[in-house]
Design a protein around this ligand. Structure first.
Ligand code: FE2
Length: 136
C-alpha cells in the first residue's frame, strides 16, 4: 500500500485509520490519472475502485459505530449515503463523457478528506480515541 500524501486526521481506531489510508490512496490514484490526462478508461477504473472501497469502508465504519452505540449513527449513515450517491453521479457523468474531471477532483477531495477530518473525528472524540494533530 502506498503512503497517502493527502493529509487526513487520525481517529486512533487502527482498523479505521488503515482503511482511511487505503481510501485516500485510491483517491490519490484517481487524482493522478485525472491530472495526467490519461483519459476515460484509467479514470473510470480508478473511480470504480474508489467507489467500491468506499462502500466497503462505510459498512465497516457504520458497524463499528453500531457496536459502540454511537448516538449520531443515523446522521452519519446519511452523510455516507450522500458521498456514495455523489460518486455514482460522477460515474454516470463520466460514462456520458462529459467534461467533469476537474470538478470531480475537487469534489472528491473535499468530500472524502473533510468527512474524515470532521465527522469521523467527531466519532473518535465520542470514543475518546482521537489523536492529536501531527505537527511534524
Ligand atoms: Fe464516516
Amino acid at each position: 500500500m502506498t503512503t497517502a500524501e493527502i493529509e487526513f486526521k487520525k481517529t486512533g481506531i487502527p482498523a479505521i485509520d488503515e482503511q482511511h489510508a487505503q481510501l485516500v490512496s485510491y483517491l490519490e490514484r484517481l487524482l493522478m490519472w485525472i491530472s495526467k490526462g490519461h483519459g476515460f478508461a484509467a479514470t473510470f477504473d480508478a473511480l470504480e475502485s474508489l467507489s467500491s472501497y468506499t462502500r466497503t469502508h462505510f459498512e465497516f465504519e457504520e458497524q463499528h459505530m453500531r457496536d459502540h452505540q454511537y448516538p449520531k449513527l443515523a446522521a452519519h449513515i446519511e452523510l455516507h449515503q450522500s458521498i456514495i450517491s455523489g460518486l455514482a453521479g460522477l460515474k454516470a457523468e463520466l460514462e456520458c463523457a462529459k467534461d467533469v474531471e476537474e470538478d470531480l477532483a475537487g469534489m472528491l477531495r473535499l468530500w472524502i478528506v473533510k468527512h474524515i477530518d470532521l465527522e469521523d473525528m467527531e466519532y473518535a472524540v465520542f470514543l475518546g480515541t482521537a489523536q492529536p494533530a501531527d505537527c511534524g
